[in-house]
Design a protein around this ligand. Structure first.
Ligand code: SF4
Length: 502
């Protein structure tokens, strides 16, 4: 239950609007509201992967901040922000060269105060209320790219700093994973103003409303959000259209304008009209309607084109031996630590799983060569995988380490992306076409219910740190299940296609 108490109604104590809030607002307007007024008991606990990212981020921050040493840190009682701001003002007046996490406060609308804590304030020459110097804000971010939310927060830092020192810095800096980036304040300050209005307008801002913005589940954005279970329940209770694959955040408002707010209404829509209103090609809206029909009826629907099923037996062959391939990777280490291959012999009915694992990062090359040797020993077997990542990685590793005499182009010709064939030919009553959702709908269960790619990365870290083989074995079991799930999806698709192949 969300308890709403708009910030603007708070009279006696200062209410803050912070860089942290702005960051989350940019990702999701509803998140800003829930973070401010939601019942914290409804939040999900942080996942191991989230904790790992936080730790990686802290490590990166430490490394990046070393260039500013010696850094001066304001001392004040925790959460006494005004005392912190007073101390930082004193340090700025004294002309301290670099200030770590300096609290800056400025007036906002109504009773609201803006509070900003850039990672570092660096002293520069030039005029300001302080004298012949002023400060420029720097923020450290783990990402490689200057994401819009980073830039918006940097503009906010610059704005609050300008209010404090009486002059704008010429830029705000982002210290990213591989480069230093100057944020264009000319470009981002107008965006900041629009964002602040949207959040804080005293009559119509997100934080002055009694209700949160409408839920919209978008896996890429919601996956790491602590409100996911709560929002998912809300979406599920209303069978919200965002749970339908293909209904994106940009398409949704047009559907609502067209009066299409239920799965049933979308299932009965005309793809031609939808394509016109959404300004997309008709094959996209045809898919959306097929998808709605699948979810509405709870059954699989063939995506026939001119009464023809798009797949032939050649697309998904079953030979005497099939291979099912799945990779585990740690992007933070730029490392492939496992090639899992399930060999299915249809004649003997045997299934054999091969785990070609890099037990240390240095063994990546050896694991790659073992993989090549294995797949080369089944020279004619199709290699099924799920999504393009496996094929892309094989190409990349071939370029990086060489091919041990295996023709990589010929090898890749044997690769079959079963995910692509599923989404091109069938609509299923699922919320996502991720392997987990599909295979579960087809009756497959993973032995470790909570296992996933992100968790596998954490287990690999745990294995490296502790040497406890339980972690490694859990990864292998999870990877084997992914291979088996891929097999299940392929098998299901072959069975489903039979009636169109007679
Ligand atoms: S779960 Fe998604 S919709 Fe809900 S607050 Fe988080 S990002 Fe927003």
């Amino acid at each position: 239950m969300v308890t709403a108490q708009p910030i603007a109604a708070v009279e006696t104590t200062p209410a803050w609007f912070t860089d942290h809030m702005l960051f989350h607002y940019h990702r999701c307007r509803r998140r800003l509201y829930l973070d401010s007024y939601g019942d914290a008991a409804l939040k999900d606990p942080p996942s191991d992967y989230f904790v790992k990212l936080r730790e990686d981020s802290a490590e990166h921050r430490q490394a990046m901040l070393a260039q500013f040493a010696p850094l001066s840190q304001p001392i004040y009682e925790k959460f006494d922000w005004q005392a912190g701001a007073n101390e930082v003002w004193r340090m700025m007046q004294a002309g301290v060269e670099t200030i770590y996490r300096g609290v800056l406060i400025a007036e906002g609308p109504g009773n609201i105060k803006y509070r900003s804590e850039p990672d570092v304030l660096v002293k520069h020459s030039g005029n300001s209320w302080l004298g012949d110097w002023y400060y420029v804000p720097y923020n450290v971010k783990l990402g490689k790219k200057p994401k819009p939310e980073y830039q918006l927060v940097a503009a906010f830092n610059a704005y609050v700093l300008a209010e404090v020192q009486g002059v704008w810095p010429e830029t705000a800096w982002l210290l990213l994973k591989e480069k230093q980036y100057a944020v264009s304040l000319e470009r981002y300050v107008p965006k900041l103003q629009a964002a602040l209005d949207d959040c804080l307008d005293l009559h119509n801002g997100i934080l002055t409303h009694a209700e949160p913005p409408e839920v919209f589940i978008s896996r890429s954005r919601c996956d790491m959000c602590p409100w996911l279970s709560h929002c998912y329940e809300t979406a599920k209770a209303t069978n919200h259209l965002s749970l339908l694959p293909g209904v994106t955040k940009t398409r949704y408002p047009t559907l609502v304008e067209m009066g299409i707010t239920t799965v049933e209404a979308l299932a009965k829509s005309q793809p031609t009209r939808l394509a016109y209103e959404l300004a997309v090609e008709e094959f996209i809206t045809e898919k959306m309607v097929f998808q709605a029909q699948a979810n509405w009826t709870g059954s699989a629907i063939a995506q026939l084109h001119q009464n023809t099923f798009p797949l032939t037996p050649n697309h998904i062959p079953t030979t005497e031996i099939d291979l099912y391939f799945d990779i585990e990777a740690a992007p933070d280490k730029d490392l492939i630590y496992l090639h899992g291959v399930l060999v299915v012999n249809h004649t003997t009915q045997e299934e054999t799983f091969h785990a070609l694992v890099a037990e240390t990062p240095e063994q990546e090359e050896a694991a790659w060569f073992s993989f090549l040797a294995l797949v080369d020993s089944y020279a004619n077997a199709p290699i099924y995988h799920f999504c393009p990542y496996e094929a892309q990685t094989v190409k990349r590793l071939g370029e990086l380490y060489g091919n041990q005499g295996v023709d990589i182009e010929q090898l890749l010709d044997r690769f079959i992306d079963i995910h692509k064939h599923i989404v091109d030919s069938v609509a299923l009553p699922v919320e996502s076409y991720a392997l987990k959702h599909l295979a579960r709908w087809m009756g497959f269960e993973w032995r470790d219910e909570d296992a996933n790619g992100a968790q596998s990365i954490c287990w690999y870290d745990d294995w490296l740190r502790t040497g406890d083989r339980t972690y490694l074995n859990t990864i292998l079991r999870y990877n084997e299940d992914d291979c088996k799930a891929t097999y299940r999806v392929k098998d299901w698709l072959v069975n489903f296609a039979q009636e169109f192949w007679v």
